[in-house]
Ligand binder design. Structure first.
Ligand SMILES: NC(=O)c1ccc[n+]([C@@H]2O[C@H](COP(=O)([O-])OP(=O)(O)OC[C@H]3O[C@@H](n4cnc5c(N)ncnc54)[C@H](OP(=O)(O)O)[C@@H]3O)[C@@H](O)[C@H]2O)c1
Length: 235
């Protein structure tokens, strides 16, 4: 896809990977629809995007609320006139033993990491399919390819994203819709603040942003459906 003037909706755009992606794509001339709960942080990211000449607007909301996800793509289309790409990036890192788990926390993680992604994707598809080329990029995790102790709900939701993405690609590939999934290891964001190890060895948010950019610019005749990113050096 030629990115100049194309419109992308990014969830979890208030910080970390989502904010880095917004800033990087602003530099490529894309228009940015920025979703998240923290209005102040979304406005700061939008300002950064506007400083390089991009159109950018915050669409704040709680992603687990169906009224919000159902109306968000319409709101973006109304504001920018089109929606060409969706980056499903919002997520929470909920971990701990299943035996002692607070099930309301597990329900919340399931809602944020997977159920909301389904609802937003469903609402976005009619807009995306108005264009001969469009893309959905889903942020899974290396935890969506393996399992680990205490990872029950996080890993399960990221495996669900993996499975859903592969099936969605098969369902809509003939309509020119790319569906790509990215599987990073530890990324240096607020989400990994409690992770032990050398932070400079972690994947950087800009590395994931670069991967999103790579998918968006991929030729129309092919789709990089699954991209795993690992830190080069052990933490
Ligand atoms: N960091 C890692 O090591 C790593 C590795 C692999 C995959 N990932 C995945 O990468 C994605 C981005 O994570 P990150 O590392 O950039 O973490 P982050 O800095 O904590 O960002 C998470 C984003 O999700 C949004 N979000 C969380 N709950 C939400 C809710 N209920 N409603 C609306 N927005 C919500 C947050 O926005 P608000 O706070 O404004 O609501 C925030 O912008 C996640 O899906 C994560 O699972 C991260």
């Amino acid at each position: 896809m030629e990115l100049n003037d194309k419109v992308i909706l990014i969830t979890g755009a208030s910080g970390g990977i989502g904010a880095a992606t917004a800033r990087q794509l602003a530099g490529k001339g894309m228009a940015l629809a920025l979703a998240g709960r923290d209005v102040g942080k979304l406005e700061m990211v939008a300002d950064d995007c506007r400083k390089v000449g991009a159109l950018a607007e915050a669409f704040p909301g709680e992603i687990t609320e169906e009224a919000y996800t159902a109306s968000l793509p319409d709101a973006v289309q109304t504001r920018f006139g089109a929606l060409h790409a969706l980056f499903n990036n919002a997520g929470v890192f909920e971990t701990g033993s299943f035996e002692t788990a607070d099930m309301s926390r597990w329900d919340m993680a399931l809602d944020v990491n997977f159920r909301s992604l389904l609802h937003l994707t469903k609402a976005a598809i009619p807009h995306l399919l108005e264009h001969p080329e469009s893309a959905i990029i889903n942020l899974s995790s290396i935890a969506g390819r393996m399992t680990f102790g205490g990872g029950g709900i996080y890993s399960a939701t990221k495996h669900a994203v993996h499975a859903f993405s592969g099936c969605l690609f098969e369902d809509l590939r003939d309509k020119g819709l790319k569906v790509a999934t990215i599987y990073p290891g530890f990324v240096d964001t607020g989400m990994t603040a409690g992770v032990q190890g050398e932070r400079s060895h972690m994947i950087q948010p800009d590395d994931v942003a670069r991967t999103v950019h790579f998918v968006l610019e991929f030729p129309a005749n092919a789709c990089p459906t699954e991209i795993v990113i690992r830190p080069q050096f052990p933490l």
